[in-house]
Design a protein around this ligand. Sequence first.
Ligand code: G4P
Length: 536
Amino acid sequence: MSTSVALEAARRRTFAIISHPDAGKTTLTENLLLAGGAIRAAGAVRARGENRRTRSDWMKIERERGISVSASVMTFDHEGLMFNLLDTPGHEDFSEDTYRTLTAADAAVMVLDAAKGIEPQTLKLFEVCRLRDIPIVTFINKMDREAQDPIALLDEISSKLALDPAPLYWPAGSGGRFKGMLDLRGQKFIPFGKNREEGHPDPVAFNSNAIVTHLDPDEQGELEEASMLVQEASKPFDVQSFIEGHMTPVVFGSALRHFGVDELLATIAAYAPAPKPRAAEKGGAETHVAPGDPEVSGFVFKVQANMDPNHRDRIAFFKLTSGKFTRGMKLKTFSTGVRGETPSKQMSVNAPIMFFASDRELAEEAYAGDVIGIPNHGVLRVGESLSETGTLRFAGLPNFAPEILQRVRVKDPLKAKHLKKALEGLAEEGVTQLFRPDIGSDFIVGAVGQLQFEVMADRLSNEYQLDVIFEASPYAEARWLTGATADLEDFHSKHRTAMATDIDNDTVFLAKSAWEIGYLGERFPKVAFHRSKERS
Ligand code: G4P
């Protein structure tokens, strides 16, 4: 292990924000960038929130790319730490992209709307974090509006997420009566300035005379009582328990009014973990790759294609897991299974990109925790592991069984070949999943949400000039199969019309209903049906 490489990795904080739409993720992102000194004024990422209001506007943004790409990761250097903020697309109908981005995060901020508490999408994203043991910091937003009782919000975190909430601050009122919050550990009161133009007054000691400027005696008494009560009722903050995903520190605030955001950033800086060793496979054996290991390694968690419609270029978002990356370095890919039989591909990474709030810059060097964009012509796929020796493979990028399966055809039959290429490109990018039935010539496309089909149709038309028709397919579910070769062959021969292969040539069974899977599971006990598969 090289000490300087390990030290550089130790100052990285790579995190994502999870929330339900409208809880304030965009506003908080912007204000975190402001708190971290990455932007000077609010407004830089605002366009996104506004344009996201309608679907067509959102798609226009997607098409224009600039903002969505630069927002995929934002890097900023603040008080000796390097923060990498990953964007998790938060549309009502989210895609696998969101899940995969979380595989690259070392921590997450869960934003709750103080009036609404935990909403369905928060819950779904939380479950992915839990699956990956990602520690979570909670930010209860919109305290400047009428909020639920904060005790009830903590109870909801505890009961719905089975997570111990540990408030680090306690609010004084909400909405029109929001006065600020008490730092429970420092007994410092942080006043909320009512007037937008004047900003927020400086913190004062809760027990000092100066407190009367901000709270009347009743409010003081109430805050004192409530804070004592909540401290008695909740477990004290324990970093280890947070790192293990059992406890969440809670900060209150108003992203819009830039209140509580500095405290949130300080909480992330102090407690969110630096990149951890990651499980990998080397030469068929399991190993752990530590951030300070000398060999440069990492994995691609997202691919964005056709950023410039005139060129078929792609940017692969590569999260470093170990080593010191320097520009011009040669890295090799690793693959397993059928694709593993092809030799690993080597590439010189001459133009790696780092994404800052308003700029992109060539990355001269990067360390574990960092995310760099690698331009390529389709060589790098989602899930690909890269390392100097090409011998390392990281597991853990899931492909989820799609919830909607449709048949896709191109209006002009002469363009069928063209369609195949385009669908493969989009599937490699992880936009949708593609299944080729063993019998018949139609393609089946799978997605987690309906919006993915709309994005797909839009991209096929704009980037590939293909007019496509989606039709209902007889299938409702897709499952990856594993088992002994003889058992799989037996199953295969009896269900030929429902068999297909995915983009990696793995066998998939297309079922007409969940019931059918249950029924066949009983009839073929030696065949395992999987809802997700980990991509190499
Ligand atoms: P999202 O990315 O999670 O979907 O949420 P976004 O930041 O776009 O915020 C959703 C709405 O909530 C926006 O209002 C935003 O201004 C508002 N908001 C965010 N944080 C706060 C807060 O701390 N306090 C208050 N009062 N409002 C907040 P909008 O009117 O829907 O959009 P816009 O016209 O302001 O863009």
